[in-house]
Design a protein around this ligand. Structure first.
Ligand SMILES: C[S@@+](CC[C@H](N)C(=O)[O-])C[C@H]1O[C@@H](n2cnc3c(N)ncnc32)[C@H](O)[C@@H]1O
Length: 144
């Protein structure tokens, strides 16, 4: 199976330096309007879905472990909700989260929509940081 090059959309609340071939929307992903903006981008690109959703979105850290964990959990929840609308069948999702009490539950909650899932700590991530990446592969859009 070959890899097809689809449209690339980046979203951030903060400004981002332009990257060739990447369309940027400055928006807060927790706001409902962002879904219309994503749909409009996909429609302009002649697509309905993305093949992959990758998120390292994170609010400013406070240094308080539980607060940082729950803030990152909430963002991850939102990213996974957006996957329900915008990820293609068999697509993959990768989200960053500050690990904590809710991380295993988060993985369990969403893995039923995917063929596989795993929690990873990439080498590039500082050993002292509690950040982990949760990879979900093979999206299945369940009805009902
Ligand atoms: C760790 S930085 C990564 C930034 C960029 N992806 C990079 O690699 O340089 C986390 C980013 O998440 C963004 N962010 C946090 N909450 C967000 C939200 N609700 N909607 C959109 N972006 C958000 C922040 O503005 C910040 O730029």
């Amino acid at each position: 199976m070959g890899i097809t090059r689809g449209p690339i959309l980046a979203i951030d609340m903060a400004r981002m330096e332009e990257i060739q071939g990447v369309h940027f929307i400055r928006a807060n992903i927790t706001r409902p309007e962002v879904e219309n903006e994503i749909s409009a981008f996909l429609a302009d690109s002649g697509r309905k879905f993305f093949q992959a959703v990758i998120s390292d979105a994170m609010s400013r850290t406070t240094g308080h472990h539980d607060l940082d964990h729950s803030a990152s959990y909430m963002i991850c929840e939102r990213v996974m909700q957006l996957c329900q609308s915008f990820l293609s069948e068999n697509g993959n999702a990768l989200v960053k989260q500050f690990q904590g009490d809710m991380t295993q539950g988060f993985k369990r909650k969403w893995e039923r929509f995917f063929e596989s899932s795993k929690i990873m700590k990439p080498k590039a991530s500082r050993g002292t940081s509690s950040e982990v990446y949760i990879l979900f592969k093979g999206f299945r859009r369940l009805i009902g």
